[in-house]
Ligand binder design. Structure first.
Ligand code: NDP
Length: 456
């Protein structure tokens, strides 16, 4: 008779929790997975997947425009928001089912209820008390809205996916991934869109050239983008809202969306009572093997607030299962993690930004290669959209240590380059690689001359 009801009990059925639960169960581990909201978590339900679908929807607006230069006459256009939301919901329900089947077919028990830790081996879930040798917390994160007068009127990305109707005028506050992506979505779908960011330039942490280049492109598309602007109050005025900005001006709109970061979902899980250490931001503190200070409790993904990306949570789930249930380790390599912002156009990146490389290797130790151009397609489309590609090279080793792109499908291109960077590709190797003509991507292997340094 086993000492515990489960070998592994997973709290949270998102990207990380499902992957870990499924992989462990497929090895014969007795797994329970508790999910109180929706299987697939943020990514599948109110994140990556529906966001990308909305982003495709928004892009059609310019596809219709672009077609005219190629001889097409596009008839009257009308966008129907409820159709998009309904079709998106159908697809998400299909994915929810797939996630459930993946777990069940692997042999895991799925419990659709909230779970709370009672002690380091005991969980209360759906009115039951169960025990487990190990407990994995993978509860993710939740949008954060700062507290100020009227902040309750703002929606977050969670609600944006289910709006009954599209607003005529929308204000998006924030300058991170989600704000930039949603400003592009609303704008592409025809809303008059304003984006406000409190700092001097949005997407802090990304390469500066890419940030300023994207800001210009976003403005060209019609987003009314303002930096050094924050909201100090929101007042309801009938069906619309009046925003008071930090410098005293006011702005009227029909919807305010806040995308000002996310917080780990660690409250009210019984973690404190078990003595699990949380940091000041409420994230669960783990060691290199995702173990908390309580030996039977582990945590992965956004609830640990480290690299908050779905593929990282998946990799952490896999690494943990290898660590606990297989005879050798497969740790996550956190170097050169690529990511993309699905803005219009996309921004994608892998490796060091120019500023990071300067700080790490020294100003004289790096070379920058940069190309900005009009993609071939736009010679006929009439679109003013431009593309940026940039390589950061460490001079001593000739290794390419950073690649940054703003342009159509940047994420598709950067994923391939991420393999090259992880493999340690040198600039000479890039130069020896034959391009595919005519593509935008061939520019990666034809940037011959470094950008002159300021002191040259
Ligand atoms: P981010 O942390 O990326 O950005 C938050 C933004 O809000 C920043 O611009 C920040 O400004 C601003 N902000 C924070 N607090 C305040 C405040 N009190 N008042 C005004 N502005 C504020 O968060 P997101 O919500 O955009 O995304 C959360 C995470 O989800 C990301 O970090 C990312 O890991 C993940 N994600 C990934 C995506 C992808 O891979 N495509 C897509 C969406 C999300 P400042 O820079 O000045 O601090």
């Amino acid at each position: 008779m086993p000492a515990y009801d489960y070998d592994l009990f997973v709290i949270g059925g998102g990207s990380g929790g499902v992957r870990a639960g499924r992989m462990a169960a497929s090895l014969g581990v007795r797994v329970g997975v508790a999910e109180e909201r929706y299987l697939g978590g943020t990514c599948v339900n109110v994140g990556c997947v529906p966001k990308k679908l909305f982003s495709y929807a928004a892009h059609f607006a310019e596809d219709f425009e672009d077609a005219a230069g190629f001889g097409w006459t596009v008839g009257a256009r009308r966008f129907d928001w409820p159709t998009l939301v309904r079709n998106k919901n159908t697809e998400i329900e299909r994915l929810n089912g797939i996630y459930r089947r993946l777990l069940v077919n692997a042999g895991a028990e799925v419990i659709e209820a909230r779970a709370r830790l009672l002690d380091p081996h005991t969980v209360e879930v759906g009115g039951r008390t169960v025990t487990a040798e190990r407990i994995l917390v993978a509860t993710g994160g939740w949008p954060y809205v700062p507290d100020f007068p009227g902040s309750g009127h703002a929606i977050t990305s969670n609600e944006a996916f289910f709006l009954e109707r599209l607003p005529e005028r929308v204000v998006v506050v924030g300058g991170g991934y989600i704000a930039v992506e949603f400003a592009g979505i609303f704008n592409g779908l025809g809303c008059r869109t304003t984006q406000l960011y409190r700092g001097p330039l949005f997407l802090r942490g990304f390469d500066d050239d890419a940030r300023s280049f994207l800001a210009e492109e976003v403005r060209k598309k019609g987003v009314d983008l303002h930096f050094e602007r924050d909201v100090s109050a929101i007042e309801r005025r009938g069906d619309s809202f009046l925003l008071t900005l930090n410098e005293g001006s006011t702005l009227e709109c029909d919807l305010v969306m806040y995308a000002t970061g996310r917080k780990p979902l660690s409250a009210d899980l019984g973690l404190e009572a078990c003595g699990v250490e949380l940091n000041a931001a409420g994230a669960i503190v783990v060691d290199g093997n995702y173990r908390t200070n309580v030996p039977s409790i582990y945590a992965i993904g956004d609830v640990t607030d480290r690299v908050n990306l779905t593929p990282v949570a998946l990799a952490e789930g896999m690494a943990l299962v290898w660590h606990l249930y297989r005879d050798h380790e497969r740790p996550v390599d956190y170097e050169y993690i690529p990511s993309a912002v699905f803005s219009q156009p996309n921004l994608a990146t892998v490796g060091y930004t120019e500023a990071e490389a300067r700080a790490k290797f020294g100003d004289d130790a790096i070379e920058i290669y940069r190309s900005t151009f009009t993609p071939l397609k736009h010679t006929l489309s009439g679109s003013q959209e431009k593309t940026l590609m940039k390589l950061v090279v460490e001079r001593g080793s000739d290794r390419v240590v950073g690649a940054h792109m703003v342009g159509p499908d940047a994420g598709e291109t950067i994923q391939g380059l991420a393999v090259a960077l992880k493999a340690g590709a040198t600039k000479a190797l890039f130069d020896r690689t034959i391009g595919i003509h005519p593509t935008s991507a061939e520019e990666w292997v034809t940037m011959r001359e470094p950008v002159a340094r300021a002191d040259d």
